[in-house]
Design a binder for this molecule. Structure first.
Ligand SMILES: NC(=O)c1ccc[n+]([C@@H]2O[C@H](COP(=O)([O-])OP(=O)(O)OC[C@H]3O[C@@H](n4cnc5c(N)ncnc54)[C@H](OP(=O)(O)O)[C@@H]3O)[C@@H](O)[C@H]2O)c1
Length: 277
């Protein structure tokens, strides 16, 4: 039996076992995907013991993503670009890592709103944390030449811009409303909008009518930002699709099947999120 898991500290909130469990059943694979609480002090030991624990690999979530990246023997370009990993697999005695958040976000965005790519206009990223890095890399790979990053702590936005080069520019958080750019996409990568947090409260009236507004927060399923964007008639892209798509490459590495994000899977996770709210 092939086995994988997700590790984090804490880990109770993770929906990865539901997602991978759905695919294991759908494809009739004799496998197992568990969630394990691993203390930060034990991450290296855990990742070096995958074979001993009969694990093909694992997902890695907060706060282990940077540690997993540092420990891995070989690194996918996505992980190198972000400096953090969320997917680990065994290859002989070595372990490899990738950051599939880029794939997850870009796949969902491009499926839901393929027109964004044709617009050939600037994009705006709200936030400059780990997820913002993954998404900035995705936009760069897609050929976007003007990426604006607005972050509460300006120094972090500047670090991100310096890391990726001249196509990425840092701005103060409050400059978003006055930046008046004809963005093709605005994406919230901050923790604002989460169940217990306040919302992104920028005025959206200056955005062009064909601007796509995305949020990577997925609890609640529709954040305040997405609700206001929808009310303004803008196309919205939610965070749940990113979560589902980012799981696809890991499943293929561990269980050997390239899976699909189906409406049935989405409904399953939506129900779980609604049930927990
Ligand atoms: N849908 C998915 O699959 C997916 C994948 C990954 C992450 N996420 C979600 O994305 C969010 C960010 O994750 P992350 O790993 O990038 O976290 P992170 O590295 O801790 O970054 C957090 C970001 O939020 C900003 N922020 C926090 N509180 C704020 C406030 N009150 N006002 C303005 N900005 C604020 C931070 O700004 P400062 O730099 O100023 O602190 C920083 O830019 C989380 O909600 C996470 O659950 C979703």
């Amino acid at each position: 039996m092939k086995r994988a898991c997700v590790i984090g500290w804490p880990i109770e909130h993770s929906r990865s076992p539901l997602i991978h469990g759905y695919w294991l059943k759908k494809y009739g694979i004799a496998g197992d995907y568990a969630k394990l609480a691993v203390h930060p002090a034990d991450v290296k030991k855990f990742l070096r013991s995958l074979a001993a624990n009969d694990l093909a690999g694992c997902n890695v979530t907060v706060p282990h993503k940077e540690a997993a990246f540092a420990i891995a023997d070989f690194k996918d370009p996505s992980a190198i670009a972000v400096g953090a990993a969320n997917t680990i697999w065994r290859d002989g005695d070595k372990i490899g890592c990738a950051n599939t958040d880029t794939y997850g976000f870009m796949t969902h965005l491009t499926r839901e709103a393929p027109q964004w790519l044709k617009a050939d206009r600037p994009v705006a990223i709200l936030g400059a944390g780990g997820a913002a890095r993954a998404i900035a890399y995705g936009f760069l790979e897609a050929g976007v030449s003007d990426i604006r990053v607005f972050n509460r702590s300006r120094d972090r936005a500047e670090e991100l811009a310096a890391h990726f080069g001249s196509r990425v520019r840092a701005d103060d958080w409050v400059q978003f409303e006055t930046s008046a750019n004809p963005y093709s996409v605005v994406v919230n990568t901050t923790t604002l909008g989460m169940k217990s947090a306040s919302d992104v409260d920028f005025d959206l009236n200056q955005l062009p009518a064909d601007c796509v507004v995305a949020d990577i927060v997925y609890v609640p399923l529709e954040t305040g930002l997405l609700r206001r964007a929808r009310a303004r008639g803008l196309q919205t892209v939610d965070g749940l699709g990113m979560l589902l798509h980012q799981a696809v490459p890991g499943f293929e590495k561990w269980f050997g099947v390239k899976t699909e994000v189906t409406a049935e899977l989405r409904a399953l996770i939506e129900a779980d999120i609604r049930g927990a709210s």
